[in-house]
Design a protein around this ligand. Structure first.
Ligand code: GDP
Length: 318
């Protein structure tokens, strides 16, 4: 059994590779909900939707979000009605938001609603939101305290970032099954997702880091940073704002207390050698997922490296 912690972009590409090398039934995917927002009065969960659409074979590969082949008639009509349209919602995608909001209004939890949507779309993997409580990633900038989607989508992550926080995380509980999925997995994988705003909110929930620390030899992460930059998006900016180096060493530091293995790009071989001297296991392999075959190759390489027995000293420490 494999448990994955993920956001919605780099994470969805990684999950696409995994589903092609491991049966979906053996995957449990714990998904960030810190980016969730109420949009046009509907509860919208961008990362959950990207992972569900990916596993259902519906994710738009060109855009990296939303449903493939979607139309935008409703969005255009909302614009004519004077409603905000900076967060893009296609017509088929809208059906998911309406259905989820209906289930929540009927009293279902976010986990229950997620399971129902995933099952109806034919997903066989177990998809768990990180929490049923509202946890909101807030990005403090000179223009104000922004939600993640305001910072990222509405304002194109142009504002300098002073800090990031996860409002509600300390009082929230992990969703049912989350801690068990971490504890019982043969392998826990942190996708190449943003360490601050995708993996960070999951780690901020009470009990998650403790569960991960129980057996570090089972925990592997794929770096979303190659060289001195994020492959896409603001991960580098946000890591720097939170005091981490923008490098594979910085990614290692984000996960230092529980990580057993860090998977980095082959181009980071020299940096990997220095990082190994600090005691961390580091595996080099091509990690840029441009073509569909790259995703499968990365998934295979990660599973292969994770199956290698850890060096003796490390297994004794775990
Ligand atoms: P979000 O919810 O949209 O922020 O999605 P994620 O956090 O899952 O994905 C964003 C992260 O994925 C960024 O930090 C990127 O650097 C990383 N990323 C995107 N594509 C790739 C890739 O092909 N390879 C690697 N290693 N990282 C990637």
């Amino acid at each position: 059994m494999i448990t994955v912690l993920t956001g919605g972009t780099g994470g969805a590409k990684f999950v696409d590779g995994l589903r092609q090398v491991a049966p979906q039934e053996e995957l449990t995917i714990i998904v960030n909900t810190g980016d969730d927002l109420v949009w046009w009065g509907l509860y919208t969960a961008p990362d959950l939707d990207s992972i569900i659409y990916m596993l259902a074979g519906k994710l738009s590969q060109e855009r990296g979000w939303g449903v493939k082949g979607d139309t935008f008639f409703c969005q255009n009509a909302m614009g004519q009605l004077g409603q905000p349209i900076w967060f893009n919602v296609g017509d088929r995608d809208l059906a998911t938001h309406i259905f989820r909001s209906k289930l929540l209004a009927e009293g279902k939890t976010l986990s229950e609603a997620t399971s129902e949507i995933a099952t109806r779309l034919g997903v066989k993997a177990c998809i768990l939101p990180m929490s049923d409580s509202r946890v909101e990633t807030r990005v403090l900038t000179p223009v104000g305290d922004l939600s993640f989607e305001e910072y990222f989508v509405q304002r194109w992550y142009q504002d300098p970032v002073e800090s990031v926080r996860f409002a509600g995380a300390a009082e929230a509980k992990p969703a049912p099954g989350v801690i068990e999925a971490i504890r019982s997995a043969d392998l826990v994988l942190l996708a190449p997702s943003n360490p601050i705003t995708s993996i960070g909110p999951i780690l901020a929930l009470p009990g998650i880091r403790e569960a991960l620390r129980e057996n570090r030899s089972r925990i592997a992460a794929v770096s979303p940073i190659v060289g001195a930059n994020a492959v896409t998006g603001p991960a580098g900016i946000l890591m720097a704002a939170q005091g981490f180096a923008v490098s594979i060493a910085g990614v290692g530091d984000c996960y230092r207390d529980f990580l057993g293995l860090l998977v980095v790009d082959s181009s980071d071989a020299a940096a990997a050698e220095s990082l190994r001297k600090t005691g961390l296991r580091v595996h080099c392999t091509p990690t840029i997922m441009q073509k569909p075959g790259d995703r499968v190759a990365l998934a295979k390489s990660v599973l292969g490296a994770a199956k290698q027995p850890p060096p003796r000293a490390e297994s004794e420490r775990a």
